[in-house]
Design a protein around this ligand. Structure first.
Ligand code: ZN
Length: 192
């Protein structure tokens, strides 16, 4: 019985972590973040930032494909191997799939969207055409896009995780990221 519970928990963990691996790992290395300030500092708006939002969106949806691995492995495990392990994998990866698909039936938007990238681009265009001040410098702060010089709010869009190497380290950073799902965490104690 105890062994079954352990296997179930282990299976759930595999099913939980696999769809999230791209977001947790891919962009965190230093070389990927050359163009950005360090986490959790605000990030200056630039084509690199817009591109990063698009990349995070891709990795998010890639997770949907990666969920199929624990679903298939869970199925194989139920048939030929350990049923608790297989059920664990099914439940958590199945939940990840449902969670992502609810976007299409009017649920929450993903943490990274195409619209978000467009809005960043619009703020950038605007700050070149109608700058808010003499040294207009739009940056994405935790709670909104603001000008670093005159502090005016340019877009009320809280900042999601941007795939930078986290200041709180790999372990704590990953746990926080798993808890927030990459969504903006607007609180004094947490950063993106
Ligand atoms: Zn300004």
């Amino acid at each position: 019985m105890f062994e079954s519970i352990l296997l179930f928990v282990f299976g759930s963990f595999i099913g939980f972590i696999s769809p999230r691996l791209p977001i947790l790992m891919v962009t965190r290395a230093k070389g990927f973040n050359y163009h950005f300030s360090q986490h959790p500092e605000p990030v200056s708006l630039s084509p690199h930032l817009t591109q990063r939002v698009i990349h995070m969106r891709t990795f998010y949806w890639l997770g949907l494909g990666l969920s199929l691995i624990p679903i298939a492995a869970g199925y194989a495990s139920i048939i030929w191997g350990s049923a608790p392990l297989g059920f664990g994998m099914w439940i958590s990866s199945g939940w990840a799939v449902i969670n992502k698909l609810q976007t299409f039936i009017g649920g929450n938007d993903p943490p990274w969207t195409y619209e978000m990238a467009i809005r960043l681009q619009m703020v950038m265009n605007n700050s070149t055409q109608n700058p808010c001040c003499e040294f207009s410098e739009p940056e994405w702060q935790l709670t909104a896009v603001r000008c670093a010089s005159c502090k005016i709010t340019l877009d009320e869009m809280p900042r999601p995780d941007l795939g930078r190497k986290r200041s709180d380290g790999i372990i704590v950073g990953s746990i926080r990221l798993l808890a927030s799902g990459g969504y903006p965490v607007v609180s004094e104690h947490y950063d993106d």
